[in-house]
Ligand binder design. Structure first.
Ligand code: TRP
Length: 442
């Protein structure tokens, strides 16, 4: 029995708090800067077919797997995998068990650098400076230089302060407050964007299906990558969240709700960004340049630009911090379960190490890109794969189904086992191979 098991383990206090925290983790920059671009670029409404298919079949299976794994062992993946390996007399449980934690720690490092950029743009917005800058030059002079370091530090410190406060008082409380506000801001901004002159062309770009793109393999690959990245599967974060719930929480329903609200947020973000970009005749693009060059340019042409821009970047801060806390909680929980450190010490230790490791990346965009690619293409999906294999191949069928369905009003049938064992595991391997071939697909 681990130290955490022996003493009382922290946990979510309500189902609402748990769901909000899972949606908070899932809903992040990927929903905003990748989904909206992909939706337009890969066939408009036609893209939704492969995307829905992957999100509702594979991502939901992945979430059910990770939540159940955590709840079953009442521990994160490090202890869970170790326990399972010992029981089966398998070797290397310690090393293999650590990989999912390493993956999510890597995500935390590069994600916080970007959260720092968002914080900076929020500051530029509330001070009104955003309307005076040349967005292109500004962004290239800021990102990847030492001026971004204090903002990176701020992102780490904000996340640290929440995680230090604990699961219920920190993470759950944050998500219960910011997630509803985020949805309200998104809906407001969507109406604002749709009311712009010329916005309908952007709407057409998003909704008119171009079916022929479904014949292009890349559409399916991009949808698959998006589906994997967007619900935050890493074999660690969602396992840890699952370890904080008890047996009357409904895992299949919670997984589906996480996927639904995550998708809803991605759709809202698309209907904020793309119509506005079209209204001002700017070409939409993906990734950082969409958020830090294109969108601010759009704001500059709008009346009340600093108010709208502040609201926009505030909502992105909410989306990003609710994700970064779940990333930091991963390694913190692993440390807590493997050592005698207190939560405070463990959180500070992980944060300091991550900040120091992130420094060279924060000042070198090329290295930042390579690191982010390695983590998202290779290490993090390997973490997903490890937990999925442990779950579907090392559990017996009866125990597995019982663990999934405990507390569920809509239990999954025995079809769930082959779905996980063959379809989910194979697709995860495919995600890694395709990521290596095509570069980043998430
Ligand atoms: N889902 C998040 C997004 O869309 C990013 C993400 C990927 C993530 N893996 C994660 C967040 C693990 C928290 C934990 O931006």
């Amino acid at each position: 029995m681990t130290k955490e098991n022996a003493t009382s383990r922290e946990g979510f206090t309500s189902k609402f708090g748990f769901i909000m925290s899972c949606i908070g983790s899932a809903l992040g920059l990927g929903n905003i800067w990748m989904f909206s671009y992909k939706l337009g670029a890969y066939g408009g409404a036609a893209f939704l077919i492969p995307y829905f298919l992957f999100v509702f079949i594979l991502s939901t299976t992945g979430l059910i797997t990770e939540f159940t794994f955590g709840r079953y062992f009442k521990a994160g993946s490090y202890i869970g995998i170790n326990t399972l390996f010992k029981k089966r007399n398998l070797k290397s449980g310690k090393i293999i068990g650590l990989l999912p934690t390493l993956g999510i720690t890597g995500i935390f490092i590069f994600y916080c650098i970007v959260v720092g950029w968002v914080l900076k743009y929020f500051a530029l917005s509330i001070t009104g400076k955003i309307s005076t800058i040349d967005t292109q030059t500004y962004f290239s002079n800021f990102s990847g230089t030492s001026s971004s370091i204090p903002w990176f530090l701020l992102a780490v410190v904000i996340t640290l302060l929440i995680v230090i406060s604990g699961v219920a008082k920190g993470i759950e409380r944050l998500n219960k407050i910011v997630l509803p506000i985020l949805f309200v801001i998104f809906i407001f901004l969507m109406f604002k964007s749709l009311s712009l002159e010329g916005a309908m062309e952007g709407v057409r770009y998003l909704v008119i299906p171009r079916w022929e793109v479904l014949l292009n393999a890349k559409t399916w690959i991009m949808a698959l990558g998006q589906a994997f990245f967007t619900v935050s599967l890493t074999g660690c974060g969602m396992v840890v969240y699952g370890s904080y719930i008890n047996k009357d929480f409904d895992i299949p329903t919670s997984s589906l709700q996480t996927a639904i609200f995550d998708t809803l947020a991605a759709l809202l973000a698309s209907f904020i960004i793309i119509p506005a970009v079209f209204a001002f005749n700017i070409a939409p693009d993906s990734g950082p340049s969409l958020l830090f060059i294109t969108v601010p340019k759009v704001f500059q042409s709008m009346p009340y630009s600093s108010v709208i821009s502040s609201l926009f970047f505030l909502s992105i801060i909410f989306a990003a911090i609710s994700s970064s806390v779940s990333m930091l909680e991963g390694p913190v929980e692993t440390l807590l379960s493997a050592t005698n450190l207190t939560r405070k010490k463990a959180t500070i230790l992980v944060s300091v190490v991550c900040f120091l490791l992130g420094l060279p990346l924060a000042v070198n965009i090329g290295m930042f890109g390579q690191f982010a690619d390695f983590i998202t293409i290779v290490l993090s999906p390997i973490g997903v794969l490890i937990v999925a294999i442990c779950f579907f191949y090392l559990f017996d069928k009866k125990t597995l189904l019982k663990a999934v369905n405990q507390g569920s009003k809509h239990p999954v049938g025995s079809w769930f086992v082959p779905l996980g064992k063959y379809v989910f595991v194979t697709t995860t391997i495919l995600v890694i191979i395709l990521g290596l071939i095509y570069g980043s697909i998430g």
